[in-house]
Design a protein around this ligand. Structure first.
Ligand code: HEC
Ligand code: HEC
Length: 219
């Protein structure tokens, strides 16, 4: 009997885990990889002031400005090291110190794509992450997805039940219009007839984490 219930519990947990994996936005996954592998040298915001860079006496360029002119193909070559030597023309300019490791044996293609999505966020977003997006993801799935949808598309189950129309949180053009503070205030105080106020349920830190997660949904 015990074994059967353990099995059922396992299947249930597995089902939830699969769903969670499917809903993870690329830039969100990239942010986690960047935090573990890249910010040592490139710094938390990509500007190059990481603790290992200081230790090694190297000065990685400011990713928030250098990446704009680089294509995904070039970025992939830079990150993996595979084909770096074939980079020519304008893209060779300032390329590439030996101190940038070759990551080809560390990441699969999907992870490299996720890293690039996060680098794009770092170099294009007008707004910085203000809280921990990992915490934000959990809270979003728990409290917000029912209306805003698991991936923020504005298509949660309640939207049909109640005929309500939240914005598409995965559309960076729409979300970039709002500053971090404006987003925090909407979540704290609510908006219109159907967006509830969360200030008595969630802490300031939790709301900032949610806003950071919303920022990554669009990338
Ligand atoms: C040991 C330090 C170190 C680590 C760790 C590191 N980098 Fe670098 N990276 C450098 C240095 C040094 C450069 C060359 C200087 C520069 O930024 O142009 C560089 C350059 C780059 C560039 C090219 C910048 C440009 O456009 O000129 C990209 C993109 C990049 N790194 C991404 C990453 C990613 C993604 C990770 C994590 C998977 C990472 N780096 C981890 C040191 C590091
Ligand atoms: C009962 C459904 C519902 C829930 C639950 C809900 N929202 Fe909303 N939310 C809405 C609706 C509807 C709007 C649009 C309000 C308007 O523009 O009048 C909205 C608007 C917003 C906006 C402004 C941008 C937009 O989508 O129009 C943000 C940001 C937001 N919600 C975040 C959250 C967060 C974070 C949570 C979870 C803590 C959450 N919401 C939970 C229904 C909901």
């Amino acid at each position: 009997m015990k074994r059967v219930s353990t099995l059922i519990a396992l299947v249930a947990v597995w089902g939830v885990a699969l769903e969670a994996v499917a809903a993870v936005p690329l830039a969100f996954e990239g942010q986690r990889l960047f935090a573990s592998y890249c910010q040592l040298c490139h710094g938390t915001t990509g500007t190059g002031a990481g603790p290992l860079a200081e230790k090694m006496g190297i000065t990685p360029a400011d990713l928030t400005t250098t990446l704009r002119s680089r294509s995904d193909t070039i970025l992939k070559k830079i990150i993996t090291g595979q084909g770096r030597q074939t980079i020519t023309g304008r893209d060779r300019h300032n390329l590439i110190s030996e101190a940038m490791p070759e990551w080809k044996d560390v990441f699969n293609d999907h992870q490299v794509e996720a890293l690039i999505a996060y680098l794009r966020f770092l170099s294009t977003s007008k707004h910085k992450l203000m809280g921990d997006p990992v915490v934000g993801n959990e809270l979003y799935q728990q409290y917000c997805a029912v209306c805003h949808g698991e991936e923020g598309g504005g298509d949660g189950v309640m939207t049909k039940l109640m005929n309500i129309h939240p914005a598409d949180h995965s559309n960076p053009n729409e979300m970039n219009e709002l500053s971090n503070n404006q987003l925090v205030n909407i979540v704290r105080r609510g908006k219109g007839r159907y967006m509830p106020a969360w200030k008595d349920i969630l802490s300031r830190d939790e709301i900032e984490a949610l806003v950071s997660y919303i920022r990554l949904l669009g990338n």
